[in-house]
Write a protein that binds this ligand. Structure first.
Ligand code: B1M
Length: 210
């Protein structure tokens, strides 16, 4: 079995104790960290989601897979190297109220930090008030909102509407993303931008401070 397959199996079966060593071995073998992320981990997580949808896996299996993914990311993080030493800008980001998913948000944060932003992580299940308070910091260039559940899309809409009503609205951009979010939906709720993944989120963030 290839190292990337071993990593994928470790995510799928929630092997959080061994995944860190596997990721390190893959790095030592010279495998591109982006392949470790995309092929080893993200593809495996998509399989976990499919199994959940098809009632092969249930919440406990999703939880152990998520824990393994996080452990693997801890080792991978420093290898998704910084492109920029100087600070490009400041972003605040959170997962909206009612939603506890944070792997995607954390990955977006990791990528945006890696291109030179300071990112303040507001966490998960973030109430509108917390987004508003964070956005009133005059140094903030971008407010990011993530959601993974169709049931929490209204919470995203509510938060974006409230952010749009802030008196300092012209000082920051609003970026949204997450599996159920689309460009059309982002436009509909009044966000400035949408990205479908962490790499394009970092590219988009750079355009806002260029
Ligand atoms: Co949940 N879950 N989950 N879950 N979970 C999904 C999202 C689901 C699609 C599974 C399925 O049915 N196939 C489904 C949602 C269905 C829907 O809404 N239509 C679902 C459900 C139903 C639930 C519960 C309701 C289950 C239950 O309790 N019955 C429950 C809800 C809890 C809550 O939030 N209130 C629940 C719970 C959980 C766990 C806690 C067990 C765990 C989360 C652990 C954690 O995050 N710490 C979990 C997991 C792991 C998943 C799946 C399997 C994987 C999510 C993930 O991490 N993906 C997921 C199925 C799937 O996605 N295939 C599923 C990898 C991650 C890197 O991708 O988050 O999409 P993603 O992020 C991407 C992009 O979306 C984008 O970039 C990221 C990186 O490329 N992106 C942005 C994200 N945010 C962005 C912001 C941006 C820009 C881009 O700008 C600001």
């Amino acid at each position: 079995m290839s190292k990337l397959n071993e990593i994928a199996v470790a995510v799928d079966t929630g092997k959080s104790k061994v995944i860190g060593a596997l990721v390190q071995e893959a790095i030592n073998e010279g495998i591109d960290p982006k392949d470790i992320l995309n092929i080893g981990m993200l593809d495996a997580m998509a399989v976990v989601g499919e199994k959940f949808k098809n009632h092969v896996y249930f919440v406990p299996e999703m939880m152990v897979a998520a824990r393994a993914m996080k452990k693997g990311l801890e080792v991978l993080r420093p290898h998704l190297a910084a492109e920029n030493a100087k600070k490009l800008g400041k972003m605040v980001m959170g997962t909206v109220a009612g939603d506890l998913h944070d792997i995607g948000k954390n990955l977006v944060i990791m990528m945006i930090e890696s291109v030179g932003f300071e990112v303040v992580d507001l966490g998960v299940d973030v109430p509108v008030e917390k987004f508003l308070e964070a956005a009133s910091d005059p140094d903030v260039d971008i407010v990011g909102l993530s959601t993974l559940l169709t049931t929490t899309m209204p919470a995203l809409e509510e938060a974006v509407k409230a952010l749009n009503a802030l008196p300092n609205r012209s000082q920051f951009k609003i970026m949204v993303g997450g599996a159920p979010v689309t460009q059309d939906y982002a436009t509909f709720v009044g966000a400035d931008g949408y990205s479908m993944d962490a790499v394009s989120a970092a590219d988009l963030a750079k355009t806002y401070v260029a």
